[in-house]
Design a protein around this ligand. Structure first.
Ligand SMILES: [Zn+2]
Length: 244
């Protein structure tokens, strides 16, 4: 694995359609069923959008979940750490390699790569940048915001709190957002894993936002296109522009 060198870039683009209403809330209270009047996240023009980081987070946890189950079942040679509780790169490891990081950054990067699990190799961790970026998804069509009523949940007991009703906004089903994902320098295994997630998105098997267990947030990617850039193709592109 070579670092800091551009090998290839895959650009995935398409349309993400909401199969049922979508709730990606604005602010920290979006996931809190006890809060009231939760609005959907909007850009500066007041138009709903989907933060790329939200979708990326969902894809990451989906892959973590899938691998932790499938690796055991199918004896795959892929690994997934539990990024919050048992990360593959621990704070102790980072601390004990401080000197190496300072004196020999390339060797350090190689070490981090070797110690990182397959999910982190794709989506990054504290010590390594992600190889995948998803742009914020701008609205193309639809996007009507509808008001829903919810029942508050008692935090202690986990059951419906009597008399607590709150309102939240959702983006209507059938809304369409522009999807663009950029993957840089993927190795073969990372590309395979990413393609599994892409397939799932195309098949409508992934839900995003809040209240997904209550039937919200199912999305599907349609009209997916994939283009590959390599150093050679970039040179080709530029020489076309300059007419050489
Ligand atoms: Zn990891």
């Amino acid at each position: 694995m070579l670092f800091n060198i551009f090998n290839n870039r895959i650009i995935y683009s398409g349309v993400l359609r909401t199969e049922n209403p979508l709730h990606i809330g604005a602010g920290d209270n979006s996931l809190d069923p006890g809060s009231t009047d939760v609005s959907v996240i909007k850009n500066s023009k007041g138009i709903p959008y989907i933060p790329g980081s939200s979708l990326k987070g969902v894809l990451r946890s989906r892959l973590e979940m899938m691998l932790s189950v499938e690796t055991v079942k199918k004896n795959w040679s892929v690994s997934a750490c539990d990024i919050f509780n048992y990360p593959c790169i621990t704070d102790e490891f980072i601390k004990s390699n401080k000197d190496k990081q300072r004196d020999n950054p390339l060797e350090y990067a190689q070490l981090i790569w070797e110690k990182s699990c397959d999910v982190c190799r794709l989506f990054g961790n504290k010590s390594m940048a992600a190889h995948v970026q998803i742009k914020d998804l701008e609205l193309i069509s639809g996007g009507q915001v509808e008001l829903r009523n919810g029942v508050g949940i008692d935090r202690e007991t986990g059951i419906a709190a009597r008399g607590v009703v709150y309102e939240y906004d959702v983006v209507a089903a059938g809304s369409e957002f522009l999807f663009e994902m950029i993957a840089d320098n993927l190795d073969e295994k990372s590309e395979k894993l990413l393609n599994i997630l892409i397939k799932m998105l195309e098949q409508g098997e992934i839900s995003i936002g809040a209240k997904t267990t209550r039937g919200l947030g199912k999305v599907r990617i349609i009209d997916l296109q994939q283009s590959v850039q390599t150093p050679e193709s970039l040179i080709q592109q530029y020489s076309n522009i300059w007419g050489e």
